[in-house]
Design a protein around this ligand. Structure first.
Ligand code: ADP
Ligand code: MG
Length: 484
């Protein structure tokens, strides 16, 4: 039997192995929004093979992660800067960015002594012909709230390592691909554990504190969160409890000293919360009523380590990222040496605010709609506008409406082939990959305690798709194979 006459057979065997590996190692999502009981699950979508990433781009992205952590922390501590940069955007996006900005006042009344930051910096690798600069990496965005998939990324790296180690049916040559080690789940858990111990020392707690993970009701990606939850207990003996904002509003309180407590069903006494880890709260949909905003305010008024604080969430807005692209802006916060390496990854970003040449920039995109992406102050994928749709919206919007958005130069990432596996079905496609690096930072009283690269995530999507993440059903989990 040759590969040519039976091309599908080796692929089928590999696929069936891969799907079984995924399900038996927790690369899983709930099948529907309401099936959190854990029975109706499927494998998370993934690529059959790792996708190539230039070794130099991988090293560059890892190398700028600690300086990027320094950068986001410095901005999160600079409330006047955030207020100035976001003033017009908050006005145009009153019900979300505006509400978050109001919470800065609450946060200011009790400055954070413990800072826990888990961000993910996402990049494309530019097509060489579009690129004259020192690195082909282009930053897509910084995620400063609810950067997900650390647990599933860890396991997707293991899946690809497992598949690569299997004896090949088509060749006897042993080629060991360069699959870098990757355990971001452990890195995230470690940061939370450090923040908890710092909290307990600083506030001299008598009983072990708990962590709260703020979740959306009906989360399909709950296994990614639960793996972290189990890891926190098994490796660090930190209990993490899942609560929605509505539940926090009902069960939570903050005392005169700022300590946050929750009234858990299975406990006789209130539990003190040292860490609040947000996997919700990044979209207006997470605040359907004032109840949820009250919960957010309660958390913000406490001394618990918030991952992120509202200030850090605001650092991750598209508007702040657009402003950082201005000459000299990154350099306001960190040394020139690292600023240059960070800046080398920036794609052009343009303000749409009236007093910042917004009209001129809007017409630049209207004239060349294929070259730009229009981004609102939203997270989670599927919110950006492209091409003709972008052009139509830009022409329709008032100047004030436009200032809720930013304009970004469209990145043209390298296209490769891979096999996408979704719900047991596979499809060979031209794909593009987005490489993310998790950075963890812990600070106490303004001093750095930890600053490290926790690991990476690779997500790939069909090249013809403009937008969308894994949760949005467009991208799939992948892992990098480093190439020259
Ligand atoms: P979100 O917060 O919704 O994830 P992103 O800025 O990451 O916002 O945009 C979502 C997706 O849109 C990205 O994953 C990427 O596929 C695509 N995208 C974003 N910015 C660009 C860009 N400048 N060029 C090309 N595609 C982009
Ligand atoms: Mg994104």
């Amino acid at each position: 039997m040759t590969q040519n006459t039976q091309p599908r057979t080796p692929l089928r065997a590999r696929l069936s192995d891969a799907i079984s590996y995924a399900i038996s190692h927790g690369i899983t999502v709930s099948q529907t929004k309401d099936s959190r009981s854990g029975t109706a699950l499927t494998h998370a979508p993934f690529t059959l093979n790792p996708s190539p990433l230039p070794v130099e781009a991988h090293a560059h992205a890892l190398g700028i992660t600690k300086p990027l952590n320094d950068l986001v922390v410095a901005i999160a501590n600079d409330y006047p800067y955030l207020r100035k940069v976001l003033a017009e955007t908050a006005n145009a996006d009153r019900h979300f960015t505006g509400r978050l900005m109001q919470l800065l006042d609450v946060a200011e009344r009790r400055p954070d002594r413990i800072l826990l930051s888990i961000c993910r910096y996402d990049y494309f690798v530019n097509e060489p012909q579009h690129d004259q600069s020192s690195t082909p990496l282009r930053m897509v965005e910084m995620n400063c709230i609810a950067a997900s998939f650390a647990s599933l990324a860890t396991r997707t790296s293991s899946l690809h390592r497992h598949l690569a180690s299997l004896p090949s049916i088509t060749t006897t040559a042993t080629i060991t691909p360069n699959l870098p080690p990757n355990e971001p789940d452990k890195g995230l858990a470690r940061g939370m554990s450090v923040a908890r111990h710092r909290y307990e020392a600083l506030y001299k707690t008598t009983n072990p504190t708990i962590a709260v993970v703020v979740v959306q009701p009906g989360e399909r990606n709950s296994f990614d969160q639960d793996i972290l939850r189990f890891q926190l207990w098994d490796d660090h003996r930190l209990q993490m409890v899942r609560l929605t904002l509505a539940q926090i509003s009902e069960l939570g309180s903050v005392d005169a000293e700022g300590r946050m407590w929750v009234n858990l069903e299975d406990r006789e006494e209130l539990s003190e919360v040292s860490v609040v880890y947000f996997r919700a709260g990044y979209t207006p949909d997470d605040y359907p009523s004032e109840t949820e905003w009250r919960a957010r305010e309660l958390i913000e008024s406490s001394v618990a380590a918030k991952c992120p604080s509202v200030a850090m969430q605001l650092v991750g807005t598209k508007k702040v990222q657009q402003v950082l692209d201005r000459d000299g802006e990154v350099e306001k916060f960190i040394g020139n040496e690292f600023a240059g390496d960070i800046r080398a990854t920036f794609a052009g970003q343009y303000s749409l605010a009236e007093d910042e040449d917004g009209e001129k920039h809007a017409f630049m995109a209207i004239d060349r709609p294929a070259d730009f992406v229009l981004k609102p102050q939203r997270e989670g994928g599927g919110n950006n506008l492209y091409g003709d749709e972008m052009k139509k919206e830009l022409l329709r919007m008032s100047a004030e409406e436009r200032s809720a958005y930013v304009l970004m130069e469209r990145i043209r990432p390298v296209i490769v082939k891979n096999v996408l596996v979704r719900e047991g079905l596979y499809e060979e496609k031209d794909i593009v990959s987005e490489f993310g690096v998790y950075g963890v930072y812990v600070g106490v009283d303004g001093k750095q305690v930890e600053n490290y690269v926790a690991g990476t995530l690779l997500r790939s999507k069909a090249a013809e798709k403009d937008d969308g993440g894994v949760a949005a059903g467009v991208a799939v989990l992948d892992s990098p194979v480093l190439v020259d």
